[in-house]
Design a protein around this ligand. Structure first.
Ligand SMILES: [Zn+2]
Length: 222
């Protein structure tokens, strides 16, 4: 790691009263260096700004790099749509050789960030889960009473793994526990897809990526 301050103070104007106060912005989050950050990212307390003048509460959303060594994960979090290619290039330099086996992810939304962290916490592969979501959507849509899920999300809370799905327009929702046949499907897929996923060079494994992946490998999903 190069010598670099991981955080800095920013003068923030309160959205309610306009009074300025200092807030600590972490633009480099290395959970090995500052272990408490691991939970503070997940419960969002790291981004929670409380105005000392009027008490207004706000959650800040800003770009940061997140590195968690125990699961070999690097996340570029850039909610504003910023370009992270220069940072990604810089991490490919020889001094970061130990990070070459890490998984790199570019994430644009807070919901996606929390879901990705939950998946790594559950020791699962987010790429395989994204492909399972495509299969789950198809399966739900093929039911006698079809559900057109526009939301499918993996959750890991209280040691319980599950897919939550919803047709937010109709207000239908449901939960598919990640156990039994679902877990078997995951294990089989993870094994079958491993050589293919190893070749993927993108940093974004989202729904569009998964739909395209399934289309390109129809033989595997017949
Ligand atoms: Zn205020």
């Amino acid at each position: 790691m190069t010598k670099h301050a991981d955080h800095y103070n920013r003068n923030l104007a309160c959205p309610a009263c306009g009074k300025k106060s200092r807030f600590k912005i972490w633009d480099r989050i290395y959970t090995d260096k500052v272990p408490e950050l691991k939970d503070q990212v997940r419960d969002l307390s790291l981004f929670h700004f409380v105005c000392p003048a009027c008490g207004q509460e706000t959650y800040l959303d800003y770009d940061f790099l997140y590195v968690q060594n125990d699961v070999r994960l690097v996340i570029y979090y850039a909610p504003g749509g910023g370009d992270i290619s220069a940072m990604h290039e810089s991490l490919q330099k020889p001094e970061y050789a130990f990070m070459q086996s890490y998984q790199y992810r570019l994430i644009r939304t807070r919901a996606r960030l929390l879901e990705t962290l939950a998946i790594f916490d559950a020791a699962l592969d987010d790429r395989v889960l994204e492909i399972m979501k495509v299969m789950l959507r198809s399966w739900l849509a093929a039911q006698a009473e079809p559900i057109h899920a526009d939301l499918v999300e993996f959750t890991f809370a209280g040691g319980k793994k599950a897919f939550h799905f919803a047709d937010t327009q109709k207000g239908n929702s449901g939960i598919l526990p990640f156990e039994g046949g679902v877990e078997q499907t995951y294990k089989a897929l993870a094994q079958d897809l491993e050589p293919l996923l190893a070749k993927e060079e993108t940093l974004t494994f989202d729904q569009a990526w998964a739909v395209s992946f399934v289309q390109q490998h129809q033989d595997l999903f017949a």
